[in-house]
Design a protein around this ligand. Structure first.
Ligand SMILES: Cc1cc2nc3c(=O)[nH]c(=O)nc-3n(C[C@H](O)[C@H](O)[C@H](O)COP(=O)(O)OP(=O)(O)OC[C@H]3O[C@@H](n4cnc5c(N)ncnc54)[C@H](O)[C@@H]3O)c2cc1C
Length: 410
């Protein structure tokens, strides 16, 4: 009997289920989710949801009624513990088994933690799920009430977004980053500096080259973060935002090829016939053999579509330009392309002004554009990158030139 099982009721899992239905799949679809909630949007968890300005109905991706109309059976609170690829079934934590004709793994990722005894106090937290966000929210309210600071460990997107939201809620914030600059893995130095100024301007402390030697429980329901150089930072809450690991254990245990993520091709195919994967749990093998790991809504959506199409027997690989966004202190960053490997860059607009974009080049080729409050630049950049069209650095910086005019000539 035809039955598609999707493990992970998040962004990629729901996308895949809806793509299957839209593509005419008329047999049962079961979406298995470990969390207690129906699929919801994760990006607001560090932004509007944490700030208390978003309702639960807006956080949810679909209502129960909408899922029922599409005949997508979502089983919340249901953890898959193993996969039998030969017998085509998954085992659930309650001991039961579920057979499938096609399987899609969309298990997401788990935040890395810092092993410390103080974790037991509840004052050291990571942020991935709605339950994490709700616990952080309660703790931030406690900090605001008692005048206790938040220490953010890790100056990446999630840490910085939580830092911005906490400032908005009136909480004192210190950001501890191990690297010499914020967002080192993803942004050029110029934008790292811009972000440091943004957070300093909103009253946060930013400590770079910070080596943490321990986090200790302290008196009065507080904790202390110790640096290797002897400095100590007391806190009411420590948010650890030091990256995530792909949830690939189920696949690995089933003998499916993994390499810091489930290895998939552009069609979402894994090394096991009939098993596909999508989203943060994957790492994609590109045509040149390189492995690319992305953690973003766009990647989850596009890979969810591609993997579902494969299960439908269609040939619709994911080949789009990667894009991403982040909101901090009312400023919107939009990234198009991947800037790693860039050897030159130029700025369009004024970095001290309302909006600007940083264009990244490898040789003469445009490879990525990071835009701050410059939505049009971002949209044009996506089109330029998709078309393989490159302005010269001088053209990119020339505000009198409409860069969209370069696309036809590509
Ligand atoms: C706080 C926060 C802010 C973010 N902000 C942005 C942003 O601004 N822009 C952007 O592009 N991206 C952002 N992201 C990243 C984006 O949300 C993720 O890339 C996206 O959610 C990945 O989708 P996914 O379906 O792969 O994984 P998820 O959405 O994490 O879904 C995976 C689901 O699988 C479940 N699961 C795992 N193992 C099992 C199992 N064995 N059995 C059953 N269920 C299982 C998990 O519980 C989870 O619910 C943010 C993420 C977070 C956490």
């Amino acid at each position: 009997m035809k039955h598609i099982v999707i493990v992970g009721a998040g962004q990629a899992g729901l996308q895949a289920a809806e793509t299957l239905r839209a593509g005419g799949f008329d047999a049962p679809i079961t979406l298995l989710g470990e969390e207690a909630h129906l699929p919801y949007h994760r990006p607001p968890l560090s932004k509007a949801w944490l700030a208390g300005s978003l309702g639960a109905d807006q956080l949810a991706m679909r209502t129960a009624a909408a899922l029922e109309r599409k005949q997508i059976a979502v089983r919340t609170g249901t953890k898959v513990v193993s996969i039998d690829t030969a017998g085509q079934s998954v085992a659930l934590a309650d001991g039961s088994r579920l057979g499938y004709s096609g399987l899609l793994l969309a298990t997401g990722a788990t935040p890395r933690t810092l092993p410390c005894a103080a974790a037991a106090t509840g004052a050291v937290r990571v942020l991935r799920s709605r339950d994490d966000a709700d616990a952080i929210s309660a703790r931030l309210a406690h900090c605001a009430q008692r005048g206790l600071p938040l220490i953010v460990v890790g100056g990446g997107f999630i840490g910085l977004e939580v830092a911005a939201t906490a400032r908005q809620l009136g909480v004192a914030v210190t950001i501890l980053e191990a690297a010499p600059r914020l967002l080192e893995r993803v942004l050029a130095q110029s934008l790292s500096d811009w972000y440091a100024r943004l957070h300093l301007g909103h009253g946060a402390r930013v400590v770079l080259n910070a080596r943490i030697s321990g986090i200790e429980a302290a008196a009065d329901d507080t904790v202390e973060v110790h640096l290797a150089d002897g400095r100590v930072f007391p806190a009411g809450l420590v948010l650890v935002g030091i990256g995530v690991d792909a949830n690939d254990a189920l696949a690995r245990d089933a003998g499916i090829e993994c390499a810091s993520g489930i290895v998939v091709d552009a069609h979402g195919r894994t090394s096991a016939p009939g098993v596909t994967a999508a989203g943060d749990c994957t790492i994609r093998r590109l045509d040149n053999g390189e492995l690319l790991r992305l953690e973003s809504v766009q990647n989850a959506v596009e890979q969810g579509r591609a993997a579902a199409s494969t299960l439908l027997g269609l040939d619709r690989p994911f080949s789009g330009t990667p894009w991403f966004w982040s909101d901090q202190h009312g400023r919107k960053l939009q990234i198009a392309g991947l800037s790693r490997g860039a050897d030159g860059w130029t700025v369009r607009g004024d970095m001290q002004g309302d909006g600007f974009s940083v264009f990244h080049f490898r040789g003469a080729r445009l490879i990525a554009v990071d835009s701050i409050d410059a939505a049009r630049d971002h949209l044009v950049a996506r089109k330029l990158l998709a078309a393989g069209a490159s302005p010269t650095p001088a053209q990119a910086a020339d505000l009198t030139l409409d860069l969209a005019t370069l696309i036809d000539g590509a």
